[in-house]
Design a protein around this ligand. Structure first.
Ligand code: NDP
Ligand code: 2IT
Length: 448
């Protein structure tokens, strides 16, 4: 889609000039600006106050050296990042990603998305993201610990419970958060809620581990119900086999669906009998093995090499839960041809713009990431509340709040889509609803 509004065209054009080497960041910005056309036309004060120019420029970007020593005594250096994108509605909040593909473009796209997502949660959190090109695969616990300690030795200067509160993302789970927390506490001599996704013995929240996957299914369930559909009896394909994918499997199954395929970056498994999330948890969380080993536990499953082929498995509902741009035009066409009727994004920006256009023109129900996967960060904000109160809520309390939040995100996105002339378009609705709260807070706070 071409941008028509002159103001937005101008802002995007100059960003393209400055950030032409940041394709993922430009992709994320473009999608949001396309949605905001009717908003800036209705509200001229946004242009007068330079809201969009300010929104696409991070408040602060930190890049740093992360030296660490491997088990043989050799020294390695990785690059660390923290992009503090927008603090208009609360302290910066967003995950840390450890993956060899990490670069500034990827961290900026994730931080930009996080601003709108966090606004949609209805909770007071700004947007940020960080990480490193460190590859945790095949590293020993000692190597992971030393990397995390070195990373935090620099990061600790820039974060704090009222400033910036990181959490997990790809390659960062409970183990890594523990090492990061321990080092922050030691360096700052301070016991605080500076990270979320913590272990339950040191300030973590019940249900945070499950939250993104559960929240994704709660959101998808609302979307399906509004269209007279449901998870009951549906065949579901989930890409990825990490934190988001595992608990999406558990919740989709509990809601009556059958999860017939899951993947990792090497390949995918199919089991028409349904994939057991408990086996997947053991393989991925405890043993840290590849998905292929599922066949050693369950004889009805089949393994196919290569991860992209997962979209050719016929299904009713697809939940991409691995990484950005994993579902392209070809994958989208295969899903549509095989009769898939709904796609809900658990990963951040997993569908390419071409794939989204295919889903929308074929009339599929489509739940965009910043709305559908907001349950993880929403529960992180609930963890922050519990830490501030020095209390912990039960699993049921947190889960009930998460469910309520996902229902309101669905309602707010649907309502915004309708109000701005795009009924049923949750991409536009989520972008607009997320934007309005941030823009109003920025307007109220002056030119900062
Ligand atoms: P994990 O590290 O737990 O799992 C990541 C999964 O995605 C693994 O199965 C991994 O396979 C696969 N994957 C990662 N990179 C690639 C790649 N380049 N190509 C193919 N497959 C890949 O991460 P999460 O489950 O936490 O995160 C998954 C997605 O969800 C990400 O987009 C993340 O930003 C998003 N997200 C996460 C939230 C959270 O709370 N954790 C919250 C909201 C969104 P392999 O093991 O082979 O690398
Ligand atoms: O993309 C995301 O929303 C996350 N990785 C979770 C961030 C958080 O702060 O819990």
């Amino acid at each position: 889609m071409a941008l028509k509004n002159e103001y937005l065209k101008g802002v995007y054009g100059s960003l393209e000039e400055k950030s032409g080497h940041e394709p993922e960041f430009l992709q994320a910005v473009r999608e949001v600006l396309e949605s905001l056309e009717p908003v800036v036309e209705r509200r001229p004060e946004l242009e007068k106050n330079g809201i969009i120019e300010r929104l696409v420029e991070p408040e602060r970007t930190v890049m740093f050296r992360v030296p660490w020593v491997d088990d043989s005594g050799k020294v390695w250096v990785n690059r660390g990042y923290r992009v503090q994108f927008n603090s208009a509605i609360g302290p910066y909040k967003g995950g840390l990603r450890l993956h060899p593909s990490v670069n500034l473009s990827i961290i900026k796209f994730l931080g930009f998305e996080q601003v709108f997502k966090n606004s949609l949660t209805t909770l007071p959190i700004g947007g940020g993201k960080g990480g490193s090109d460190f590859d945790p695969k095949g590293k020993s616990d000692g190597e992971i610990m030393r990397f995390c300690q070195s990373f935090m030795t620099e990061l600790c200067r820039h974060i704090g419970p009222a400033t910036d509160v990181p959490a997990g993302d790809i390659g960062v789970g409970g183990r890594e958060i523990g090492y990061l927390f321990g080092q922050y506490k030691r360096l700052r001599n301070e016991y605080s809620g500076v990270l979320t996704g913590k272990g339950l013995t040191y300030g973590g929240s019940l249900a945070r581990t499950e939250a993104t996957g559960y929240g994704l299914c709660y959101f998808a369930d609302e979307m399906l119900k509004a269209a007279g559909r449901s998870f009951v009896g549906a065949n579901v394909v989930i890409s990825g086999s990490g934190n988001v994918a595992i608990y999406a499997n558990q919740k989709a199954t509990a809601l009556g669906a059958k999860v017939i395929a899951m993947s990792d970056s090497n390949g995918y498994i199919v089991d028409e009998k349904g994939i057991d999330y408990k086996v997947m948890k053991e393989i991925k969380e405890v043993r840290r093995e590849r998905i292929k080993t599922y066949l050693n536990y369950v004889s009805t499953a089949k393994y196919v090499e290569g991860c992209k082929g997962i979209w050719t498995v016929p299904c009713d509902v697809a939940l991409p839960c691995a990484t950005q741009n994993e579902l392209d035009e070809e994958g989208a066409k295969a899903l549509v041809q095989n009769g898939c009727f709904a796609v809900a994004e658990g990963a951040n920006m997993p569908s390419t713009p071409e794939a989204v256009a295919i889903f929308q023109s074929a009339g599929l129900l489509f739940a965009p990431a910043k709305a559908a996967n907001a349950g993880g960060v929403a529960t992180s904000a609930l963890e922050m509340s519990q830490n501030s109160q020095r209390l912990s809520w039960t699993f049921e309390e947190v889960d009930a709040k998460l469910h309520g939040i996902m229902v309101s995100i669905y309602q707010n996105a649907s309502k915004a889509a309708e109000e701005y002339g795009k009924p049923g378009d949750l991409v536009a609705g989520a972008n607009i609803a997320g934007f309005l709260k941030v823009a109003d807070a920025m307007l109220a706070q002056g030119i900062v």
